[in-house]
Design a protein around this ligand. Sequence first.
Ligand code: SAM
Length: 244
Amino acid sequence: MTNLLPEIAEIWQQTLNWQPTSQQQAQFQKLYELILEGNRQINLTRITDPQEFWEKHLWDSLRGIAPLLSANFSSTRPTLIDIGTGAGFPGVPATITVPNCTTTLLDSTRKKISFIDNILTELVLTNAKTLVGRAEEIGHHPQHRLAYDIALIRAVGPASVCAEYTLPLLKQGGLAIIYRGNWMDDETTALQNAVKQLGGAIESIEQFTTPLSHSIRHCVYLRKVDTTPVQFPRAIGVPAQKPL
Ligand code: SAM
């Protein structure tokens, strides 16, 4: 098995001002191996080249949560949810790296969640659990609505759909992190309108360049500043069909 890590270990430090411990490195390596293995049974990812995997899955996942890597969570236990986690991104790398977090990995596809269950066992990630369901339903569940400090979402839909999936799940003051590729200025105006209806505010939009292929990425950070009206999220399929 190609070793994913030695030649790129320094880039963590240079780009994120953070370095994995040897245990975290071993967990990343194991995650890569399990995904390659799982890909033979179910379609998890087309990104299998080791450096591409490192950049597009591991580094990208952690770049979005960079503000959390340096945060001092020693006295708190932040609750995270990753909505539409798929093969576990960004939620599994986040669980490995954010100190003291407890994570919920949500996806609507049962076989992907079964795969993640095995990942959590193999990586001994006792601070994470999985959930099969749709964000539109989970957002109304009393156990999950208003329950999370941080909601992550990558490659699940347009930004306003992601806002409708994430904001109802956040506690007051919580942070949604929406991972995007390109971002146009007019998207900010449209998102602002959606976020306002959902009790959120755009805190920042960060552009960054990936360290190996030098691609442009964005992360949109939304803060929950008010109550999300009870009608959100709307019924299954409606947010995607009629984005706010
Ligand atoms: N987040 C992962 C990543 O970036 O690699 C997976 C992205 S994949 C393109 C989208 C995932 O979102 C799929 O696994 C799909 O099953 C899940 N999904 C789509 N809509 C969803 C919804 N409304 N609720 C929960 N999961 C959803």
